[in-house]
Design a protein around this ligand. Structure first.
Ligand code: ZN
Length: 115
């Protein structure tokens, strides 16, 4: 049978979320401390870690939404550019077409005159 862990020494930490001092806390891998007041078998009466991450997630979601909006604007701009490019390309193509026709005509005329 495993021996029970010794009780933690009496320490107080400051919660990274609410800023209150607490003796019952949880630590995260990124060295943040949060108060967690929970009686085993009951939902926690205070769980700052969950609140903290929930809040962060909400912030991230908001940021992503804003980013998404930005991307959309960027995409729209891109499409405008593409449209412009298409038009200029079409203009160039028309010019090229004209030029090729002219070239052909000249060749044809040259052939006619040489015959
Ligand atoms: Zn707290």
């Amino acid at each position: 049978m495993r021996r029970r862990k010794k009780a933690k020494p009496h320490i107080e930490v400051t919660c990274s979320y609410c800023g209150l001092k607490t003796e019952t806390f949880v630590a995260t891998p990124d060295h943040l401390l949060f108060c967690r007041h929970q009686v085993v078998g009951f939902p926690p009466t205070r769980d700052c870690m969950t609140d903290y991450y929930k809040e962060r997630k909400d912030v991230r979601k908001k940021e992503e939404q804003e980013k998404g909006l930005f991307n959309k604007q960027e995409k729209q701009l891109c499409e405008e550019d593409k449209e412009k490019e298409k038009i200029s390309r079409a203009a160039n193509a028309a010019k090229l077409d004209e030029y090729l026709k002219e070239l052909k005509r000249k060749k044809y005329e040259k052939r006619l005159s040489s015959n």
